[in-house]
Design a protein around this ligand. Structure first.
Ligand code: EZ4
Ligand code: CO
Length: 402
């Protein structure tokens, strides 16, 4: 079964997505997500200008060989652009192999380890009262876990707080919007939000929180200690990940579970955190960390060290990416939880899929492959628009992690 065409499709149904579609001489097709938020066209070019011509004529069954060919064979290894491109090829090949076998991809990964995939939604608000209302809304929709973000008094525009509650989209501006940040104000305020939530909801809801890489290790340790009474499922990305020893310092002070990895693109970003047991959840995404083949490798390593999966699932991970994640989530033994930010109706129209939400879980359909496709006619109605994530500064103007 030979690959006859590799097509890169860029579309913006409310936000930008880059999708790779492979065609074979058997008449089968496969899709992979290559979206890198705010840097989309770099991956599109990497594929169009450098990878697609390598794929035409190759045996579509050679998933591992193609992965190694693109990874080792490029000489320049790793990095978000390369690994997003490899991820898209890998994901599309798994989709094709599933269709060729007449099986959903999770069957090729070893079959079901669970009935459904536990997800967490995003509850956020401009005030504690609004946050409580939002958590109640997710509770009413059947969610068993929510990530909670709240505006910090005195700061305009806090990460994770949106006006359109169900469809949070931070890459919302043709040039980067600038936000302001104070770790001091944040550390003083945020525990009061979780205290109020536990008073209102008891232990009923699993609560998560994303720090978005903004604290120093000792600040993160203080945050975790102050959050301990509220029993969070995890605190996410407490610090920048470049210096991984920082996690050791956090660990010395707290039992709050730690999650990280959404910006990681290879197993080499994860090995120290996993093997030294410095985190509890590893959040790599299929579309950013080398596809199904590579995230499976990362999760297998994690399993040996009591680290569970908690894959990134924000809106910039297309329905193709989410479907691929659900197949991995369904199959692996050390699944933890899956992030699930709903896509807009326009995005769902461009990417028809059979996975569905029910009672706090996502479920896969039964059809062969990934169970997701791109409607190219619909995609063509939404041309690419430049869109950036915000840039963040401290109160005095110093650039800080967003
Ligand atoms: O900022 O997906 O956990 N989710 C997140 C997201 C990320 C965006 C970056 O593209 O942190 O909101
Ligand atoms: Co995050």
């Amino acid at each position: 079964m030979r690959i006859t065409e590799a097509r890169v499709i860029v579309t913006c149904p409310g936000r930008n997505f880059v999708t790779l579609k492979l065609f074979t001489d058997d008449g089968l097709t496969g899709v992979g997500d290559a979206t890198l938020n705010g840097r989309e066209l770099a991956v599109a070019s990497y594929l169009t200008d450098h990878v697609c011509r390598l794929l035409v004529g190759r045996d579509a069954h050679l998933i591992e060989d193609t992965w190694q060919y693109l990874y080792q064979g490029s000489y320049w290894r790793r990095g978000p652009v390369t690994m997003a491109a490899i991820a898209a090829v890998d994901t599309a090949l798994w989709d094709i192999k599933g269709k060729a076998a007449g099986l959903p991809v999770y069957q090729l990964l070893g079959g079901r380890s669970r009935e459904g995939v536990l997800v967490y939604g995003h509850a956020n608000g401009a005030s504690v009262e609004e946050v409580i209302d939002e958590v109640a809304r997710y509770d009413a929709m059947g969610y068993r876990a929510v990530r909670v973000q709240c505006a910090i008094p005195g700061l305009s525009d806090t990460y994770g707080v949106s006006t359109d509650k169900l469809f949070y989209e931070p890459a919302d501006s043709p040039l980067p919007r600038e936000t302001r940040w104070s770790s001091e104000s944040y550390l003083d305020f945020i525990p009061t939000v979780f205290s109020a939530l536990r008073e209102r909801f008891g232990l009923h809801m699993r609560l998560l929180h994303d720090v978005h890489h903004r604290l120093t290790p000792i600040e993160a340790a203080r945050l975790c200690k102050s959050m301990e009474p509220y029993g969070l499922l995890w605190i996410e990305d407490p610090i920048r990940e470049e210096l991984q020893e920082g996690f050791r310092l956090i660990r010395q002070h707290t039992t709050v579970p730690i999650a990280t990895g959404e910006v990681f693109n290879s197993i080499w970003d994860c090995t120290q955190l996993i093997t030294e047991q410095l985190v509890d959840y590893i959040r790599v995404a299929v579309s950013h960390a080398g596809g199904i083949t590579h995230v499976r490798r990362i999760f297998q390593l994690a399993d040996l060290y009591h680290v569970r999966s908690g894959s990134h699932g924000a809106t910039d991970l297309s329905p193709v990416s989410l479907a691929a994640a659900l197949h991995v989530d369904t199959a692996i033994p050390n699944f933890g939880i899956q992030e699930y930010m709903r896509h807009t109706p326009a995005t769902d129209e461009v990417f028809p899929h059979s996975y569905f939400y029910n009672d706090g879980e996502l479920h896969l359909g039964d059809e062969p492959g990934l169970g997701v496709d791109i409607d190219e006619a619909a995609a063509a109605r939404f041309p690419y628009r430049p869109a950036y994530l915000p840039v963040n500064r401290l109160i005095d103007g110093t650039v800080h992690s967003w």
